[in-house]
Design a protein around this ligand. Structure first.
Ligand code: ZN
Length: 281
């Protein structure tokens, strides 16, 4: 199933139609998106057999962040071999973790105001937590994932990297710097969820017709989704609805002298899940 946020209300989406979850479940689930994940097993059991006959057409532009108010947002840096290679950095032995503050979350079509001339893009697979987890083993970790989504980890590189110490969380948390969506997609919809192609295309600079600047596969992660969950959960407790931005493949602007400019349009895709489309002003 595919779970989205339409006008602030949780909805199941399929073939361009949206089913309002609160109405369809007679008030049992929704309308708040976060609540679905807090009652995940019951919700999933209901949603598998949901009747889509009252579903209505919708406009993608009306979708918000599938979960606008998670308790925690984790992000992993330097987590793809090809990205570490292009940055000439060794593969990390331990997870490199930061947060993206909640106020930076946005829907899949958010318009992003550029605070400087050094804003970069990073397409990422986002894992959505489906149950409380502390000290879980890698082999149990997929069980605790409600679904996967597409995220962008926009990054203002100057604040992120300026002395005296790097400020990843701050530099990556301007308004609308964390769009995600268009929906949370459950694993049963993704036959090969450990090997998903993901890409970023820029329009408005570079070759006409779109410039594919990132073209990777989640199989090249240094720490897989289960390893990330196991490692994080050694320290913190993960809560239902928490988001994990799992890192970006090669092709980021910083490695290639590219920065986002007003008027650019960026399309970020994870195959099988969907795309984000963000404009810059
Ligand atoms: Zn990132």
């Amino acid at each position: 199933m595919r779970i989205a946020n339409l006008h602030g209300r949780a909805a199941l989406v399929r073939d361009g139609l949206a089913l309002d979850i609160e109405q369809a479940s007679d008030g049992k689930f929704g309308p708040a998106p976060l609540g679905l994940y807090e009652d995940w097993d019951a919700f999933r059991a209901w949603a598998v057999d949901a009747d889509y006959s009252s579903a209505l057409p919708f406009d993608d532009k009306d979708l918000g962040a599938p979960i606008p108010n998670p308790r925690q947002i984790f992000a992993i840096g330097l987590n793809y071999k090809d990205h570490a290679d292009e940055a000439s950095l060794p593969y990390p032995e331990h997870l490199f973790v930061f947060t993206k503050f909640q106020s930076s979350l946005a829907g899949p079509h958010a318009v992003v105001e550029l605070p400087s001339e050094t804003v970069d893009y990073e397409v990422e697979l986002v894992a959505v937590v489906g149950k409380e987890m502390h000290k879980v083993d890698e082999t149990e970790a997929w069980d605790g994932v409600a679904g996967l989504s597409v995220g962008q980890d926009f990054s203002e590189r100057e604040i992120q990297l300026r002395p005296p110490v790097p400020q990843f969380s701050l530099g990556k948390s301007f308004p609308n710097f964390s769009p995600f969506g268009p929906a949370v997609v459950t694993l049963d919809e993704l036959p090969d969820y450990e090997g998903l192609p993901l890409s970023t295309v820029i329009e408005g600079q570079g070759p006409a017709g779109g410039w594919k600047v990132q073209d990777g596969n989640t199989r090249n992660m240094i720490f897989s989704v289960p390893q990330i969950i196991a490692e994080l959960s050694r320290v913190v407790t993960l809560f239902p609805g928490d988001l994990i931005f799992t890192g970006t493949p090669a092709g980021v602007g910083k490695a290639h002298g590219i920065a986002l400019q007003p008027g650019n349009v960026l399309t970020s895709t994870v195959e099988g899940i969907g795309s984000l489309r963000n404009e810059f002003v």
